[in-house]
Write a protein that binds this ligand. Structure first.
Ligand code: AMP
Ligand code: GLY
Length: 426
């Protein structure tokens, strides 16, 4: 069969790579893809001009299954459009994608269903937001309501920074129209984990746990990014914490969406803060897989991903289980000069073949483009060097050994991916 992956990042390369391993798959198309998906003979890139054009392509090529990577097309209703055309697609509808596309919707939903999250307020009036902040005793976080490509959250160091963030967002200067409304909430302390499941509207299949590194610099310093690296499993998600997240967050979320007549189908990502006592609280919902969390997760997935997605679109996720490689996987993101601000494009990347020749290593592409025989940078996060090993430490060693083979001008990466897991496990 032929399948289609929508997106162009490292998450989508990893998804396509895994789907192509299924013995039942003849071809995986990626729209629009990157240099990595273009170079892999099992994959082929296609243009992504519009959702109607993609629907037409899916009909013409008899695509049996479509999997959507990023939140943008989901929030625009790509799932609704494919379903209306009679095409199988895995992802949430536009209405269900509001769990990510509106922070106010997500917070109010959590409140309605008793899902633990930080105390919050939602404002389109700056005076009211300022008053709410002044009434809090502890530090707060200011978030643009809408999708802001990772630029919509300010974890304020003090009240002055929080007030400034409110003004910058509501004036439109910080996050454009996404910031026309802000959610302000108490800052939570603890350790963050990414808890991602597949949902079929009723049933849930949890994926392996993971953690990412959001800050640009070593020791978690510097500006926020989309994620500079990730690993799976996340030791902070002990079996007890796993059970609590399922019971207190995931199950009420999926049951709540069904009760509100927008059954949730697709990957559902809960960003969870886990405090010292093991209490989980939701920081955010994403209506998609994480990037870069997907990269270490898929290399550990032993089951056929096509079969899992087929069960999810058929509403029979309760009939299967996912099998996981017991080893650990770790991804180091190589980012372009200027990331996360304005990344420079066009730098020539060398050493890709040498890196991929390392044992237990896969190099997933993200912001890359083919230029004849060359591969050049074309986005902020350029590559995700991913390795599997008997422990986080071994996966980390293997990943960094492969990183050493790769070069492009201005390349930035962290040298400590996995440090939190290593501090727990040694
Ligand atoms: P979000 O898009 O809501 O996940 O926010 C992005 C990042 O900001 C999260 O991954 C956290 O690292 C941080 N963050 C968001 N909300 C909070 C909070 N209430 N307390 C502490 N950190 C937060
Ligand atoms: N790595 C964080 C995210 O995908 O939202």
């Amino acid at each position: 069969m032929k399948v289609l992956v929508v997106g162009s990042g490292g998450r989508e390369h990893a998804l396509a790579w895994k789907l192509a391993k299924s013995p039942r798959v003849a071809k995986v198309y990626v729209a629009p893809g990157n240099a990595g998906t273009a170079l892999d003979p099992a994959l082929a890139n296609v243009a992504f001009e519009s959702v109607p054009a993609l629907v037409e392509f899916a009909h013409r090529e008899s695509i049996r299954l479509t999997v959507v990577g990023p939140e943008g097309p989901l929030a625009e209703g790509i799932v609704d459009a494919f379903r209306a055309a009679g095409l199988a697609i895995f992802g949430p509808t536009q209405a269900a994608a509001r769990l990510e596309s509106s922070k106010q919707f997500a917070k109010a939903f959590m409140q309605r269903h008793g899902i633990p999250t930080a105390p919050w307020g939602s404002f389109d009036d700056a005076h009211e937001a300022h008053r709410w902040i002044d009434a809090r005793t502890g530090p707060v976080v200011v978030k643009a309501d809408g999708l802001a490509a990772g630029k919509g959250v300010v974890v304020a160091a003090d009240a002055a920074e929080a007030h400034a963030a409110v003004d910058a967002m509501l004036s439109g200067s910080a996050a454009g129209s996404a910031g026309a409304r802000v959610v302000v909430e108490d800052r939570l302390d603890g350790e963050e984990a990414s808890f991602i499941v597949m949902a079929d509207g009723v049933h849930v299949l949890p994926l392996a746990s993971s953690q990412d590194h959001k800050r640009l610099g070593d020791a978690d310093l510097g500006p926020n990014t989309g994620g500079m690296g990730a690993y799976s499993p996340a030791p902070v998600v002990t079996p007890a914490v796993h059970a609590r997240i399922m019971r207190e967050v995931i199950q009420p979320a999926v049951a709540g969406m069904a009760a509100e007549r927008m059954p949730y189908t697709g990957f559902l990502y809960a960003g969870v803060m886990i405090d010292a006592a093991g209490n989980p609280r939701v920081l955010e919902f994403n209506c998609r897989l994480g990037d870069p969390e997907t990269q270490p997760i898929v290399v550990r997935l032993a089951s056929d991903l096509v079969t899992l997605v087929e069960h999810a679109t058929a509403g029979t996720l309760d009939a299967i289980e996912a099998e996981w490689d017991r080893r650990a996987a770790l991804t180091v993101v190589l980012a372009a000069a200027g990331y996360p601000g304005a990344p420079r494009k066009g730098d020539v990347i060398s050493g890709l073949d040498a890196a991929a020749a390392h044992p237990d290593v896969v190099v997933f592409h993200a912001g890359t483009v083919q230029d004849g025989a060359l591969v050049r940078t074309s986005g902020g996060r350029v590559l995700g060097v991913t390795a599997i090993g008997d422990s986080i430490r071994q996966a980390q060693r293997a990943a960094y050994a492969a990183v050493a083979s790769i070069h492009f001008d201005g390349m930035q990466y962290r040298s400590d991916i996995g440090h939190r897991a290593l501090a727990r496990r040694g």
